[in-house]
Design a protein around this ligand. Structure first.
Ligand code: EPZ
Length: 419
C-alpha cells in the first residue's frame, strides 16, 4: 500500500493554478443527462470521485471521453436508469443522479447511499423534496425505486429545513424536468451552486437566485447541450494555503476567486499570515509560527466551510496559542484528531467541540488518512512538522486532490509517494 513520505520544515514558495472543483463538477456531470446531445466540460479535475461519476454516466448509456482536463458527455440515448450498489457505495454523492434521471427519464433506481467516514449521511431532505415534486419513491431492502407519479412532475415551492448542498442540487436538476416554477426556500448558497446554475443556464434552463437562500427554476423547457468551464476548487486551494501557513513561505494560488474563501482567509490572517488577493488569485505569506485565533465554527456558506476544518486544525496544531473548533455540519468529522495526536498535537474533544493548543511544532510520525479532508490535513501537518511523516491510505486523498504530491514538490516541499 503506497504512502506519502514528507520531510517537514521546508518553506513553500511559488505559484499554483488550482484544479477544477470536485464539488462543482460532480453535479454538473450529472446535469449533462438532462438533454440529448454532447456537452463539453472544461477544467474537469482528474479525481477518483470524477472517474466514478464518469463510470456511472457510461453505465447509464452515455458516451464519455476525456482529453486532458476536458470531458465530453453525449447523453443522446441513455439506456438504463439504475445505478448498481457497487458504484453507489464507491461514492455516496451519486445520489445527485436521482434528480437528473427523474427529469430525463421519469424513473430512477439506486441503492441507498451508505454513510461514510463523516457519520450518517441521511438523504431525507432529497427524498421529501422529490416526492413533493411528484415522484413516487419506494424504499425497499436498501434500494430506492423512483417513478414519476401518474400526473407527472410539477413545479412547486419547497422549503429546506437545512441548507443541504446535495438536496439543493438534486432539486435543481429534477425541477428542470418539472413543468411550472419550482422555488427552493432555504437553499444552500455555496459557490458550487452558482456554478451549477450557470451550467444549467448555458443549457437553456431558466434558473435564478443561486448564491441566495431562495432559488427559482422554471422547468419543462427544451434544453440543449452546453460547453462550460468549471470553477476552481476552493477547498483544494485552502489546503495549499494552509500547507504554506504551516510550513511558512509565500504561495500564490491562481484560478480561484478569493470571495469563495473569505471565511478561511480571515482565519489565516488572524493566525498571523499576510494575505493579498486579486480577482482570480490569493497570495499567502507566512514567516513565523501561527498563533491561536477566535473560535472556528463550521457553518453553511458563507460561514466557515466544514471541508476546511481539518486542514486549518492541522496548521494551527503546530503553531502557538489555543483555538476552539466547533463542527456543526457533520456528526463525526474529528477522525483526523487521533492521527494528529500521533504527531504531538494537543487536541481535547468534547462532542462537537475540539480545543486545539498549539505545541510550537509537531513531530513526524506514521499516520493514516481517515477520510478525504482528514488525509489532506495530515499532509498539511507533515509539511510543518519536524522530521519525517508517512501518510498512508492515499485512496481517500485521491478522491479530491489532483497531483497533490507533485504540486507540493513544485512549491518546494520534500514529499514523494513510496509505492
Ligand atoms: C456536500 O455534501 C459536499 N459534497 C461536502 O463535501 C460538504 O462537506 C457538504 O456539502 C457541506 O458543505 C459534495 O458536494 C459532493 P449537505 P452533502 O447535504 O451535499 C444533513 C468534501 O469533503 N443532511 O449539505 O452531502 C447532513 O447529514 C465533501 O468534499 C440531512 O440531514 O452535504 C449534514 O449534516 C464532504 N438530510 C448537513 O445536512 C439530507 O437529506 C449538510 O449536508 C441531506 C443532508
Amino acid at each position: 500500500m503506497s504512502y506519502y513520505e514528507i520531510q517537514g520544515g521546508r518553506p513553500l514558495y511559488g505559484t499554483l493554478a488550482i484544479h477544477g472543483a470536485k464539488n462543482s463538477v460532480l453535479p454538473i456531470l450529472a446535469a449533462c443527462l438532462l438533454t440529448s446531445g454532447q456537452s463539453v466540460i472544461h477544467n474537469c479535475p482528474d479525481l477518483t470521485d470524477v472517474s466514478a461519476t464518469l463510470d456511472i454516466l457510461r453505465l447509464l448509456g452515455c458516451r464519455v471521453e476525456r482529453k486532458g482536463d476536458t470531458v465530453t458527455v453525449d447523453a443522446t440515448a441513455p439506456e438504463r436508469w439504475s445505478i448498481p450498489e457497487c458504484l453507489m457505495r464507491e461514492m455516496r454523492s451519486s445520489v445527485i443522479f436521482l434528480g437528473a434521471l427523474l427529469a430525463r427519464l421519469g424513473t430512477a433506481e439506486l441503492s441507498y447511499p451508505g454513510g461514510c467516514e463523516l457519520g450518517s449521511r441521511p438523504i431525507d431532505l432529497h427524498l421529501a423534496a422529490l416526492r413533493s415534486l411528484g415522484a413516487d419513491i419506494l424504499e425497499e431492502q436498501g434500494a430506492l425505486c423512483c417513478r414519476c407519479c401518474r400526473e407527472g412532475l410539477r413545479g412547486r415551492e419547497i422549503c429546506l429545513s437545512i441548507p443541504s448542498v446535495g438536496a439543493t442540487e438534486n432539486i435543481m436538476l429534477a425541477a428542470c424536468g418539472c413543468p411550472g416554477v419550482t422555488t427552493i426556500i432555504g437553499a444552500a448558497q455555496e459557490p458550487e451552486i452558482i456554478d451549477l446554475q450557470s451550467f444549467l443556464q448555458a443549457m437553456g434552463a431558466r434558473v435564478s437566485g443561486a448564491g441566495t437562500a431562495n432559488l427559482s427554476i422554471e422547468g419543462g423547457l427544451p434544453l440543449h447541450p452546453a460547453e462550460f468551464r468549471v470553477m476552481g476548487d476552493r477547498i483544494a486551494a485552502a489546503t495549499y494555503l494552509c500547507g504554506a501557513a504551516a510550513a511558512t513561505g509565500e504561495v500564490e494560488i491562481t484560478s480561484i476567486s478569493p470571495d469563495a474563501l473569505t471565511a478561511v482567509l480571515t482565519c489565516l490572517e488572524e493566525a498571523g499570515c499576510q494575505i493579498h488577493t486579486g480577482p482570480d488569485r490569493v497570495v499567502l505569506t507566512s514567516s513565523r509560527p501561527l498563533h491561536g485565533i477566535s473560535p472556528v465554527r463550521t457553518a453553511p456558506y458563507p460561514g466557515f466551510p466544514t471541508d476546511a476544518q481539518a486542514i486549518l486544525m492541522a496548521a494551527l496544531s503546530g503553531g502557538e496559542g489555543a483555538t476552539l473548533f466547533v463542527e456543526n455540519i457533520f456528526d463525526s468529522r474529528y477522525r483526523h484528531v487521533d492521527e494528529l495526536r500521533r504527531m504531538g498535537a494537543d487536541i481535547q474533544l468534547a462532542g462537537r467541540a475540539a480545543m486545539v493548543s498549539g505545541v510550537g511544532r509537531l513531530h513526524g510520525a506514521a499516520v493514516r488518512s481517515t477520510d478525504l479532508r482528514g488525509g489532506a490535513a495530515l499532509v498539511v501537518a507533515g509539511l510543518g512538522a519536524e522530521g519525517t511523516t508517512q501518510v498512508s491510505e492515499l485512496r481517500h486523498i485521491r478522491r479530491g486532490y489532483q497531483d497533490l504530491d507533485k504540486n507540493l514538490r513544485a512549491l518546494g516541499a520534500d514529499i514523494r509517494e513510496i509505492p
